[in-house]
Design a protein around this ligand. Structure first.
Ligand SMILES: [Zn+2]
Length: 183
């Protein structure tokens, strides 16, 4: 690896001097690498890029993303991003979303499909929000048997084993628009 090698989250330039280009993001202070790659600082255009064989799609603040829950921790979930503003992405960039203030057991399960809004890029991590009504789970299954679930007010009920559980559902839950997006 050359001395220009970067890892995700590495600071590559100050935003006062450079704009975030390909495969980078701006955390409000620094331009940071979004991927492993090689630094490419263009002094003429004042754009800082990371060279990478694949052009990554990095969501920007305010973007709506749809992704697959990759991990569920006690106070946050990690989501692998599949769509940014309705456009498919194969980059598999991850974001995290705090679930601390939701007061819901089982906000999401691994492999659930979730809709989130990008809040910020902080310390090399992309943070997203889930609390607005249209944000939340679009697709989930029963935690006990993996069966199909239907919404019941704020809860969900399994059509197979009748298990009742909670999720932070999106107001779009049960509407299959996101499946059309997958085509
Ligand atoms: Zn069930």
């Amino acid at each position: 690896m050359s001395e220009n090698a970067t890892f995700p989250g590495d600071k590559i330039a100050s935003i006062e001097e450079y704009e975030a280009g390909h495969n980078t993001f701006d955390d409000g202070d620094m331009v940071r690498a979004a991927t492993v790659g090689e630094k490419d600082i263009n002094k003429e255009t004042r754009i800082a890029n990371i060279k990478h064989p694949k052009l990554l799609s990095i969501p920007q603040v305010g973007d709506i993303i749809i992704g697959t829950v990759a991990a569920v921790m006690s106070s946050m979930i990690a989501v692998s991003i599949d769509y940014i503003n309705g456009k498919p992405t194969t980059s598999k960039v991850e974001c995290v979303c705090s679930t601390r203030n939701l007061r819901i057991r089982n906000v999401a399960l691994v492999n659930d499909i979730v809709k989130l809004k990008i809040l910020n890029h902080l310390n090399g991590t992309i943070h997203a929000a889930i609390s607005e009504p249209d944000l939340g789970i679009l697709f989930t299954k029963c935690r006990k048997c993996g069966g199909k679930v239907v919404p019941m007010r704020d809860a969900i009920k399994c059509t197979e084993c009748a298990w009742i559980d909670e999720r932070k559902l999106s107001s779009d839950f049960g509407n299959s628009d996101f499946i059309k997006l997958r085509e």
